[in-house]
Design a protein. Sequence first.
Length: 421
Amino acid sequence: MVIGITILKFDLNQNSMGEIEPEFKKMISELSLSQGDQDFNEIISLNDRFRLFYNHTTGIFMKKGRTVKNFIVGRLKESPYKCLSYYHQEVDESQYLIVGVFERDVEIELYESIFYHMTERITPVFQELVDANLRNFQVVDRIESKMRNELKFAIFQIDRLANLTKTQKIGLIFSTEERVECLKILREGPVSKSLLAQKIQTIKPNANIEIVLKPLIELNIVRRDWARGKVEKHTGKLKGEGEYLFLIKDVGLIRKPPSELIKDMKNNAYIGNQYMKELSKFYEDYDPLRQMVTESETLAQYLMDPDIYDFLALLETHSYPMKKIPNVLSEFTNVKYVLNKLDNDNIIKIIKDTAGRQWICLIAEIAPIIIFPEYLVNTINDRAILKIGGKRSAKYSPITREVALIGLELLENTYNDKIGL
């Protein structure tokens, strides 16, 4: 559960004698509705504020050769909470911290994207402050309202993501780079947990492998098992012992024609024929298997946005005139932006009727696809050299015969297993 989010400004407060008394001034704070009237000064101590500030300002992280924004995911030292923290310095050298605080048992990584997008929208407000007349009450009130609304919206979205459906959990797999990479590695056969953790941490330093794996384990896509290992005769060393991870189902996200809406369109005298033409035109060339990972990543973003997820569920059964869209989107959502994005990504179509009215129509219902990874049988055999003359994988290290047998047995035993969605 989210405790709240605060925006702090760091001031040196240098006096005429050159002495400084550094201070963090609270600009805006918002608590979750469930938190009552807690004081952020008690939630984030002064020492924790300086610690976060120091960690931010001692350097900026590099990721795959590009500079990334200065974010920290961690724990507070003097209160029992986790935190997401963002640091920003403006052209006038003013410095800000945005800190989100969460309960200790929360999977904080689930909410990183919401927090990051919030900071992207708040950064321009910091730029406004550089040139703003801070003696003008109306100007200050407008800027504070912008920041407060962004904090409220982020808390609202975080609260909505507290309970994911199984389809959304598949979306969660494709909404983070480290989980996509995890799935790619497991498609190449069994891997030790320790090795997988090392590979994932090259993408996201200090990534918690248990949290990365959680949706894959909960959906029964991946199984764990322990291998005893084998002592090598020529070295006397134990090889292959440890916990291993095995992919037993492969997953992705695809678009499918919305069957309930199609039934409704057959009786729609205004746009029924036009809609069916648009639907046929799109699916004539649609091949989700051509770029399954890219397609899944595109669709996942809509499953992980609570507002859009509810909106698309509504459109699965009925189309609506633009001026009569049901009020399911939150007050913080830019409806025009959402519609344009869905239209550009061919999730919806905006169709005009003979009277010139615009109708919002769902073209693509987002659905999970679950397959048995038959390809793994040959991959596992190849990597274990179970066959005479078998080739070792050039991309991934060989696996022991024991690990291979566990993997093949799991595939055989789970062949008929279904994932209820």
